[in-house]
Design a protein around this ligand. Structure first.
Ligand SMILES: Nc1ncnc2c1ncn2[C@@H]1O[C@H](COP(=O)(O)OP(=O)(O)OP(=O)(O)O)[C@@H](O)[C@H]1O
Ligand SMILES: [Mg+2]
Length: 244
């Protein structure tokens, strides 16, 4: 853990026509931290995460990366997204590309790595997750857990400084949840900076340096898991009493 703030939301707001989904949220993320965001359905967790990656344009406040506000131009957003990767609930692998091509596409296209090096690194990543034999397979030939692990190493192939995860295990069969969580635990232990939205409270409690509770677009409380889960706030107590 360090004191260096890599990523920071400041008074972030996202208004939809009928609703303020994210309501003046401020959150600093320090290098090496695993920050887990929990809270009821519809509380704005995904919208907040999407704003952090500029998939949604915030309507107020700002996102700072290494202390600099992300500018609105597509060039600067693309540059930023190379550094801040995102893993989705439904994997979002390219169905028409092989597993290897899925992993090498972005590093080669953005000029991060020459093709040969990208392939070598992709194979290393696949070996790490025990899927080197699937390099030439297509996503539809993989299980959900395998696809999600590929999606995670695909994000890692860009050498990101931060990884954002939106409910990475909620679309998986229960027996595949563990393999994905184990990979995430390994990344956290290696010092990857991570912001994770999840409903898996036990997993969050085990891995999180900080747990953030969102409700109705706002952060109600942030704390170490053991502290937040014993919060005196009735709204938070009620939530945990239902999900644990
Ligand atoms: N594109 C959109 N247009 C209008 N309203 C939206 C849009 N996206 C999200 N919302 C609304 O914003 C609110 C927050 O949604 P969000 O998906 O961020 O919640 P969440 O905390 O991720 O919920 P869940 O745990 O169910 O995934 C919800 O009321 C949702 O209906
Ligand atoms: Mg969500």
């Amino acid at each position: 853990m360090s004191n260096e703030i890599i990523l920071e939301a400041r008074d972030l707001v996202k208004e939809f026509p009928a609703l303020r989904a994210v309501d003046e949220v401020s959150l600093p993320v320090h290098r090496g931290e695993a920050v887990f965001i929990v809270g009821p359905s519809g509380s704005g967790k995904s919208t907040f995460l999407r704003c952090l990656n500029m998939l949604e344009t915030p309507t107020g406040g700002e996102v700072l990366f290494h202390g600099k506000a992300i500018a609105g131009s597509s060039a600067s957003i693309n540059h930023y997204r190379c550094k801040v990767g995102m893993v989705f609930q439904h994997f979002n692998l390219f169905p028409h590309l092989t597993i290897l091509q899925n992993i090498t596409l972005a590093p080669v296209k953005t000029g991060l790595l020459p093709e040969k090096k990208a392939v070598a690194e992709a194979i290393e990543l696949l070996e790490r997750i025990g899927l080197a034999d699937k390099a030439k397979a297509y996503p539809m030939q993989l299980s959900g857990g395998q696809k999600q692990r590929v999606a995670i190493v695909r994000a890692c192939a860009m050498h990101p400084e931060v990884l954002l995860f939106d409910e990475p295990t909620s679309a998986l069969d229960p027996e595949m949840v563990g393999e994905v969580q184990n990979l995430m635990k390994e990344l956290a232990a290696e010092g990857m900076t991570m912001v994770v939205v999840t409903h898996e409270i036990g997993f969050a409690a085990e891995v999180a340096d900080w747990m953030v509770f969102m409700d109705r677009g706002k952060i109600l409380e942030t704390g170490k898991p053991a502290v937040l889960m014993n919060s005196v706030n009735p709204r938070i107590r009620d939530f945990f009493s239902k999900v644990i």
